[in-house]
Design a protein around this ligand. Structure first.
Ligand code: GLU
Length: 517
């Protein structure tokens, strides 16, 4: 496989928020480009005016940026000076709607050379053709059997065609799929794929109404003009590959045709079908990198807002459909670039496992230094109007981080370090608050009061010495103490908790419990 002068592109359409599968496509393109010292281009394919969604382009850019998948070339931030634009971005513009004048000549060239034709069918005509096929129990294909009997430039006189082109702009240009041929294609992941042209549609290449090419034409022209060497995209585009091969042929560009790699689909957790937003909503996980507020006001959750680290998100995406061939699971971006190869991309769909996704974040969280975690935790504490010292926050973080997958779980796991219990867990109370307990708690209070210094080893030692002497059961005493100090059956060891909150607070909590319980 050619790996010199690698130029790949990520070419999303701004039709909504980028799905995590789209981010994976961008990531694999990026890794491939970086691995081979190539160029990663971001091109926005916005020629479908009907499906255009405001804000989607900005979303795509922000999402890639959050993931650290930074284009070398591509859609420019508004206001980039022309001088910089041409030197750094030789193929600009990269937004297809700004490349309108580029495509026209290619569409006309195909018509002139007989590879495409003007079609004048009305929506009504198309509907009855579809109905006719369905009545016969067939799926509707717009192919030679249709084009031979519809109004188009293949049989109308040139005057008639000229008149109709003038008359209104509801015409389109369709590709004339060659009859009775087998198109044989190479895919870097799937090997040789053959398709008979009998199964292909005369796809629309140009819509007069928009004065714009459709995806197929714009995509091929741009890949050629931007000198794209490899097309790495989702499996959903595999059915378009024969048409794309035929377009390269029609333009006489076979020699410059990029190599293709179609990435496996991301599947639902049960492996049955494509992962959709609905699966996420149903099972409680995001399918979008960032939160998205749709123009109709519907809010979809995002990995970023759910508390994922971008490194963890990138790591988990990388292993959806690719494996390094070793047991290694945790990869930094640099390691991914080093290890990545298209050879190790799988053919079968990649099943998404939401629990495993959390596991990835947990691994990254555990590897963060306590000082780093404190930086993320302090804002959460401020939100709750908790004043604390960095030292205390760091101690708390070190005690709870192994129980969390996300920093946003820290509060739930640690609130009792900062505020005394407001109520006492009834189950715990029933089980452990026996008649002899208040007396024992008073003794424990005394033992703790005399404990100097008030740190974990000395708290442990004093309590154990007392319990041994008085022949008390450790479980009984410790659970009762937990009820007094934490109020619920959770948290790290009691000595750890008491050492962090300090002697005074410990004694006050015991006093309060003795009064209340
Ligand atoms: N604009 C297409 C999309 O939205 C790009 C497909 C391709 O990469 O060729 O996914």
């Amino acid at each position: 496989m050619q790996t010199e002068n690698v130029r790949v592109r990520f070419a999303p359409s701004p039709t909504g928020p980028l799905h995590m599968g789209g981010v994976r496509t961008a990531l694999f393109n990026y890794l491939f480009a970086k691995k081979h010292n190539g160029t990663f281009v971001l091109r926005i394919e916005d020629t479908d005016t009907q499906r255009y969604v405001p804000g989607a382009e900005q979303y795509i850019i922000e999402a890639l940026n959050w993931c650290g998948i930074v284009p070398d070339e591509g859609v420019l931030p508004n206001g980039t000076p022309a001088s910089e634009a041409t030197s750094r971005h030789p193929y600009a513009p990269y937004r297809q709607s700004e490349r309108k004048p580029v495509y026209r000549k290619y569409a006309l060239q195909l018509v002139e050379q007989g590879h495409a034709y003007y079609a004048f069918d009305t929506p009504g005509d198309l509907e009855s053709l579809r109905k006719e096929a369905e009545d016969k129990g067939e799926t509707f294909l717009y192919n030679h059997s249709v084009r031979d009997r519809t109004l188009n430039s293949l049989h109308l006189s040139s005057d008639e065609v000229a008149r109709r082109l003038e008359e209104n702009n509801s015409w389109v240009i369709r590709f004339k799929v060659p009859e009775d041929r087998t198109v044989t294609m190479q895919d870097l992941i799937r090997g040789t794929v053959s398709v008979h042209t009998e199964t292909l549609d005369d796809k629309v290449l140009w819509k007069a109404q928009d004065g714009l090419p459709t995806y197929h034409l714009a995509n091929i022209v741009d890949d050629r003009l931007m000198q794209i060497s490899h097309v790495i995209r989702g499996e959903e585009w595999l059915p378009s590959l024969p048409l794309h091969y035929l377009l390269y042929e029609a333009f006489g560009w076979q020699e410059h045709r990029p190599l293709f790699a179609h990435l496996p689909l991301l599947l639902k957790p049960d492996g049955k079908g494509k992962l959709s937003k609905r699966d996420g909503d149903r099972m409680g996980f995001p399918v979008f990198p960032l939160q998205w507020l749709s123009p109709t006001g519907e809010l979809s959750r995002g990995y970023r807002e759910d508390g994922y680290y971008p490194e963890a998100f990138v790591n988990l995406l990388a292993l959806l459909g690719w494996n390094p061939g070793t047991e290694q699971e945790i990869f930094s971006m640099e390691e991914l670039i080093e290890a990545f190869s298209l050879d190790r991309v799988t053919r079968s769909g990649a099943r998404f496992n939401p629990e495993k996704a959390k596991w990835f974040n947990q691994q990254y969280l555990r590897n963060r230094s306590d000082a780093r975690l404190v930086q993320d935790f302090i804002p959460l504490l401020l939100e709750k109007e908790i004043k604390t010292t960095p030292l205390k926050a760091e101690k708390v973080v070190s005690l709870v981080k192994n129980r969390a997958s996300f920093v946003n779980e820290f509060w739930e796991l640690s609130h009792f370090f900062f505020i005394p219990p407001v109520s006492f867990d009834p189950g715990l109370q029933k089980k452990y608050w026996k008649p002899e307990i208040p007396g024992l708690m008073k003794q424990a209070r005394e033992v703790l009061d005399g404990c100097v210094p008030f740190d974990v080893p000395s708290i442990d030692k004093s309590l154990h010495r007392w319990m041994e002497k008085a022949q008390l059961k450790t479980g009984q005493v410790m659970n009762a103490l937990r009820l007094c100090i934490v109020g619920e059956p959770q948290g790290p060891g009691m000595a750890d908790i008491m050492a962090v909150i300090g002697k005074q607070e410990t004694l006050e909590r015991i006093d309060h419990a003795l009064k209340t319980l």
